[in-house]
Ligand binder design. Structure first.
Ligand code: HEC
Length: 128
């Protein structure tokens, strides 16, 4: 058995090729380093984003992570009015004359969310 290797098998054009690839690589890296943040009008507002994060952490144990759908325990809550959210979350009640989607009283009060009602309301009435 012989392990002879030819000398000069790699033609010099290989090095030119390799050089070209690294130059192209450098150029495309530079392009990526450009400004990345786009402030499109379709971006949800800061309030909506905040409401989404509150909802996705505090509510989806029972409600669906998609507020338009019925959850494991709670009903769909998309489009809830501010009055309903405030009454339900802070006081465990419903606004006068409101017909609840469920007759049960499983959901407890969550008074620590007092300052988040506006955000939750914005999220539940957005197109997010
Ligand atoms: C422990 C489970 C649980 C958690 C957590 C919970 N909910 Fe509920 N929610 C329910 C249930 C169950 C109902 C149906 C009424 C009942 O049994 O209390 C309900 C009812 C509601 C209603 C009234 C719907 C209607 O139109 O009748 C709203 C609005 C609501 N929840 C919003 C929220 C929001 C917003 C959060 C988070 C801040 C939340 N809930 C957290 C279980 C929960």
């Amino acid at each position: 058995m012989t392990f002879e290797r030819g000398r000069g098998v790699i033609p010099s054009s290989f090095f030119i090729f390799a050089g070209l690839i690294s130059v192209v690589g450098l150029i495309s890296c530079n392009k990526k380093a450009g400004p990345s943040s786009s402030t499109g009008a379709s971006e949800p507002s800061a309030l909506v984003k905040r409401g989404r994060s509150v909802y996705q952490t505090q509510c989806i144990a029972c409600h669906n992570s998609n507020p338009r759908k019925v959850g494991a325990l709670g009903p769909d809550v998309y489009g809830s009015s501010r009055e309903l959210l405030e009454a339900r979350i802070l006081r465990g009640e419903y606004p006068p004359g409101y017909k609840p989607k469920r007759e049960t009283h499983v959901m407890g009060r969550l008074p620590h969310l007092k300052s988040e009602i506006d955000a939750i309301h914005a999220y539940l009435n957005s197109n997010e």
